[in-house]
Design a binder for this molecule. Structure first.
Ligand code: 2NL
Length: 347
């Protein structure tokens, strides 16, 4: 202890009181600067004798070292506090609930389509995809539509302003049958000469177009057609297969099918397929779900197959309608409004 002790304590107190680096540097100048108190003490040494200089000089040095140590420690403390506050400002609260990311969902028509593909694949059917813009031959001629059939008219079919090699307008396919013709042709070429030839077993789901737009018809709709041809395929295979499909699609065996005679140019005989549920809001009513029939011999010929050997059946069902029945939707237009309040119910 000596008379320099109060100065050391002043320095420690003033350093401690400095909350910003600039204040600390000001305080340092008051003790260690040119006009500072330590500097003053050193200047005063000049007036002392050699012996007194030695002992006083040692005291001043000791005080100076303690002040420098206090300064260094305060500098480190301020730098540390600054780092801490920077980190705190950047910190995020891991306990906050996360921001929800919007997730879409599969459209009900696509869900129905995916289910249909899975069910038919499990029954040994191939799933084929084809062009939506077709030639006149594939959409109509190959399917035995006479030249003057109303389906060919501008009132019923959308045409594209481009002609095919025969000079006929291309069309937006009014059914997915054209791709079944293409598929069967490829099958016939691939297995030419094979005896027996493997069966043709295919479904073609996809978008189809007709000039028709009201509360229950959309100009673009979805269809699935199926084709099964072989040397030993009959109408009872159609009945068994379509019943299996309906039971799998609606997840119930509590339904009945009815085959009602009808007419299509591409099948003979032809039948509408009606379904009747035993339970649920539609119980007891016959609902039309499909057209069907034994493929017309001329259509088999157009596929490049021999109708004396290859015979079978085809069907065409509306996917939108099946989806409406499956999910209890009473207005077709809901599928195309794309209102999120509707679509989100299928998440
Ligand atoms: C309908 C009618 C049907 C077919 C589609 C078909 C396909 C080929 C050959 C023969 Cl490649 N027929 N498809 C047969 C009968 C009916 O659908 O209006 N469905 C909604």
């Amino acid at each position: 202890m000596n008379d320099l002790e109060p100065m050391v304590q002043d320095a420690e107190a003033e350093f401690a009181a400095a909350v910003a680096p600039a204040e600390l540097e000001d305080a340092k100048a008051r003790f260690l600067g040119k006009a500072g108190r330590i500097t003053g003490e050193l200047k005063a040494l000049a007036a002392l004798s050699t012996d007194a200089k030695k002992s006083r000089g040692a005291q001043i040095n000791a005080a100076k070292q303690r002040i420098e140590a206090a300064l260094a420690s305060r500098r480190a403390a301020l730098a540390n506090a600054r780092l801490e506050s920077e980190l705190a400002a950047q910190a995020f609260d891991v306990s906050l609930p996360g921001r929800r990311r919007f997730e879409g969902s599969i459209h009900p028509v696509s869900r129905a389509l995916e289910r249909i593909e899975t069910i038919f694949a499990s029954m040994g059917f191939e799933v084929a995809d084809g062009p939506e813009i077709e030639t006149d031959w594939y959409s109509f001629t190959a399917l035995n539509n006479p030249e003057n059939h109303p389906a060919r008219s501008m009132q019923d079919t959308f045409y594209v302003d481009v002609r095919d090699a025969e000079g006929r307008w291309l069309n937006l396919r009014p059914h997915t049958s054209p791709m079944q013709i293409r598929y069967a042709q490829a099958h016939a070429r691939k297995h030419v000469g094979a005896s027996p030839m493997p069966d043709v077993r295919v479904i073609v789901p996809g978008r189809t177009y007709r000039v028709d737009s009201d509360a229950t018809h959309s100009p673009m709709f979805h269809q699935v057609e199926g084709l099964w041809l072989g040397e030993n395929v009959s109408f009872r295979d159609l009945k068994a297969m379509y019943l299996d499909f309906m039971q799998a699609f609606f997840e119930t065996t509590e339904l009945q099918l009815r085959f009602r005679p009808s007419y299509f140019p591409f099948t003979e005989p032809s039948a509408e397929i009606d379904v009747r549920f035993e339970h649920g809001p539609l119980a007891g009513r016959w609902l039309e779900v499909s057209g069907s029939g034994q493929v017309h011999p001329q259509v088999v010929r157009n596929m490049g197959l021999d109708p004396e050997r290859q015979i079978g059946f085809a069907f065409g069902s509306g996917i939108d309608r099946l989806a409406m029945l499956r999910y209890g939707i009473d207005d077709l237009r809901l599928f195309f409004d794309n209102d999120l309040r509707f679509l989100a119910q299928f998440a």
